[in-house]
Ligand binder design. Structure first.
Ligand code: GLV
Length: 388
């Protein structure tokens, strides 16, 4: 097997091994994919300050996110349909993350259920909530996350309606895949995936099927979300959900300083600066470009994590040096999972940690907590020439 040295290597293997419709699902942005592209390329505008003759022994990438010890400032982001990238994908990714010492977030739209993951990991993880019109279902879902001892509720705010990703419509994305001549032809080239999937614990949405009244066919994600997601979610409803939960809350999908201030005001323990990996509002600015203004707006009242665009340890360093308290990765771990299952997720995390550690050393830093603007060369116009 080829020597794997970076996240892009995992992506190449992932593309070969996983059915096209699930590769496309992960690898798409909405409409023109401008925001999806900017999320990664904007990191390149920030350069690093090389420092020398600094004792670089005894380095550590460890830190804390919402009061939890982490071996590096990274959490696995909630990713829908992860269990279609690899059989029992959420269980495998959760185990790899928790063994590595970083938080795992289970999506509402997962294949494995909250209970499957809790039983497999025997350790607390974060649970991501999408609110549905069926309030009773949402109440029970929150209770299930409490019963599973989830250590934080991640409420996603940027997906009350699904951004259009052209490929998903063209591919007829569904879980499990509908058997058409096109999907059958593609599945025949993915025999390893197919054999493993035959033995999977679940092949449809484990948190939903059998739990939401009147929902029998969740396979067509786009029509299903349009029917079930609650379009009336607003700040007062978010406060009610926070009350119901009663534990740590992370508000995900914030891209504007006004919204960040609001989230801090209602007492979020952390916010996630995110544009949903470029999958929702195409034309929005990248997360890394919006980060400085959002940090200014919240002024330390809440922790700030950055998601969307992280593909290397250098990206993590840049976000943290700008002032983020941590980062979240989605595609970077999905590539590993689709390529090699649980081992692949561990490999992705090891790659990121090594890149972060080496970059810290070459920047003359020994601890994540010491990273700051002094490590970066940021162009004067990085925040952009945009006006609202
Ligand atoms: C769901 O979260 C998606 O982006 O598809």
């Amino acid at each position: 097997m080829a020597v794997i040295t970076n996240i892009q290597d995992l992506k190449r293997i992932y593309e070969r091994r996983v059915p096209r419709m699930f590769y496309d699902y992960a690898e798409s942005g909405s409409w023109t994919e401008q925001t999806f592209r900017d999320n990664t390329t904007d990191f390149q505008d920030i350069r690093l300050r090389q420092r020398v003759a600094v004792d670089m022994s005894g380095r550590t990438t460890a830190g804390r996110m919402i009061g939890q010890d982490v071996t590096m400032p990274v959490a696995l982001a909630p990713v829908g349909l992860t269990g279609m990238q690899s059989a029992n994908g959420e269980m495998k990714a959760a185990k790899a993350a928790l063994d590595f010492g970083v938080p795992f977030t289970l999506s509402t739209m997962s294949i494995n259920s909250i209970e499957d993951v809790a039983e497999y990991t025997q350790a607390p993880f974060w649970f991501q909530l999408y609110t549905m019109k069926d309030e009773d279902y949402v109440r029970r879902l929150i209770q299930r996350a409490k019963d599973a001892k989830c250590s934080a509720l991640v409420i996603t705010l940027d997906l009350q309606i699904l951004g259009q990703r052209h490929k998903d419509l063209k591919n007829g994305l569904s879980a499990p895949p509908r058997l058409t001549p096109k999907t059958i032809a593609n599945l025949m080239t993915k025999w390893r995936w197919g054999i493993e999937m035959l033995g999977a614990k679940r092949r449809n949405f484990g948190n939903i099927v059998g739990h939401v009244k009147g929902v029998t066919d969740t396979r067509a994600l786009n029509t299903w979300t349009a029917e079930q997601f609650d379009p009336t979610l607003d700040w007062s409803k978010i406060e009610k959900l926070m009350e119901q939960w009663g534990g740590k809350v992370i508000l995900k999908g914030i891209l504007d300083p006004e919204d960040a201030r609001m989230a801090a005001k209602i007492g979020a323990d952390a916010i996630v600066v995110s544009n949903h990996g470029g999958r929702q509002l195409d034309g929005a600015l990248s997360s890394i470009r919006m980060l400085p203004a959002i940090l200014d707006a919240v002024g330390g009242q809440t922790e700030v994590f950055l998601d969307s665009g992280i593909r290397s340890g250098q990206d993590i360093l840049k976000a943290v040096a700008l002032g983020a308290n941590g980062t979240m990765i989605g595609r970077a771990f999905v590539y590993g999972l689709g390529a090699m299952g649980q081992v692949g997720v561990t490999t992705a995390l090891e790659i990121l940690r090594k890149e972060l550690d080496t970059t810290m050393a070459l920047c003359g830093e020994r601890a994540v907590a010491d990273l700051g603007r002094h490590n970066l060369l940021v162009p004067e116009d990085f925040r952009g020439r945009w006006q609202s």
